[in-house]
Write a protein that binds this ligand. Structure first.
Ligand SMILES: [Zn+2]
Ligand SMILES: [Zn+2]
Length: 353
């Protein structure tokens, strides 16, 4: 099969012919019909993560936001058969550890990160293997297309889990979203659909216009010395109840914490770059003084996809509204390079494999 392989950090991915994957006894192989291109791919492609012992190995097939149709199943798989349409979470569990058994498969103690580890080659390829498929794969309802499911990627599900489960968002709350890339725009649309008021922040006008189309009530253009927390406090009449750093830079993280009102919740969903190397200084005394909550969030347990898919099937959430471009496998390197200059807008999906 054809696959896009990481041969050197920061260099174009190599389109190669590689062996077709075979399902493990507990796994399935999926014909990939769509796979989102994500800033996490960009981080991997840049060789980030060395500081956290999390650098993607050379030779990796990238791509972690796939949806498609089951092609082959292992002997021990009972929930799926060839022809079933599925979405695949990027953070795969093995299904039996205490986290998996308690509904937190996204933080499995012995899990896999699809497309980031040698044992789980990614989905910038014609086919992808999915281990522990009964636990991990998510059956798609008729009303959700594979392109739409790929647009869920890691970003949309991460934003949903962050807002609906980790921040415990309530209708009428003000939500600030810092950084309006694919992850931030997903947070904007989801927060609005869950009944919140949304203030979107970015340094670029273009994604802020898209944020407004997706339901943002207020926008703040950052940069040029703008005091972002002050702007948000004014737009939200006292600060955000929930604030999300969807970018992962020291400045966006700090602004997110600083723009909260008393007892607010900051949710970190963006990963840092090699400028921060995973470390950002925060106003701990303020966090303590005002009962502020700081949480992290990554992916979503496979057992909770149903909540999100029901909202999509009913038309209340429209992840395909974030899709701005559909490309072929050989275009992935160009689109990753465009991310270096923050030139991409919304969510881009590979649909020609
Ligand atoms: Zn587990
Ligand atoms: Zn992703």
């Amino acid at each position: 099969m054809r696959a896009a392989v990481l041969e050197a950090y920061g260099e174009p991915l190599s389109i190669e012919s590689v062996e077709d994957p075979e399902p493990e006894p507990h796994g399935v192989v999926v014909d990939v019909e769509a796979c989102g291109i994500c800033r996490s791919d960009w981080h991997a492609w840049q060789g980030h993560g060395e500081w956290a012992d999390d650098q993607v190995p050379i030779g990796q097939i990238l791509g972690h936001e796939p949806a498609g149709t089951v092609a082959r199943v292992g002997d021990r798989v009972s929930r799926f058969e060839p022809g079933d349409r599925v979405a695949i979470p990027f953070n795969l569990g093995e299904g039996s550890c205490p986290q998996c058994r308690n509904g937190h498969g996204n933080v499995c103690e012995d899990g896999y990160a699809l497309g980031f580890e040698e044992t789980v080659p990614g989905a910038f390829a014609e086919q992808v293997g999915v281990p522990h498929a009964d636990f991990n794969a998510v059956a798609l309802p008729d009303g959700v297309s594979t392109t739409e499911a790929a647009a869920l990627g890691c970003r949309y599900v991460t934003a949903f889990h962050a807002l609906a489960h980790r921040a415990d968002l309530e209708a009428g709350d003000w939500v600030a979203v810092h950084g309006c890339g694919g992850l931030g725009l997903a947070a904007v649309q989801i927060a609005a659909a869950l009944g919140a008021n949304v203030a979107a922040v970015d340094i670029r006008e273009d994604p802020l216009e898209l944020a407004t189309e997706l339901g943002a009530d207020a926008t703040v253009t950052a940069g040029n010395g703008v005091d972002v927390p002050a702007e948000i406090e004014s737009a939200t009449d006292g600060g955000a109840h929930v604030s999300v750093d969807a970018l992962g830079r020291a400045e966006t993280c700090r602004n997110s914490v600083d723009c909260l009102r008393t007892r607010g919740t900051h949710v970190q969903i963006g990963l840092t770059t090699d400028a921060e190397r995973g470390e950002v200084s925060l106003p701990i005394d303020e966090i303590t003084r005002w009962d502020v909550t700081v949480v992290g969030s990554r992916g979503m347990p496979p057992s909770r996809y149903d909540e999100l898919l029901r909202l999509i099937a009913s038309g209340r959430l429209e992840p395909d509204a974030l899709v701005t471009r559909e490309v072929g496998l050989e275009d992935v390197s160009d689109r990753l390079a465009a991310m270096s200059e923050y030139e991409t807008r919304g969510v881009e999906v590979v649909t020609e494999l």
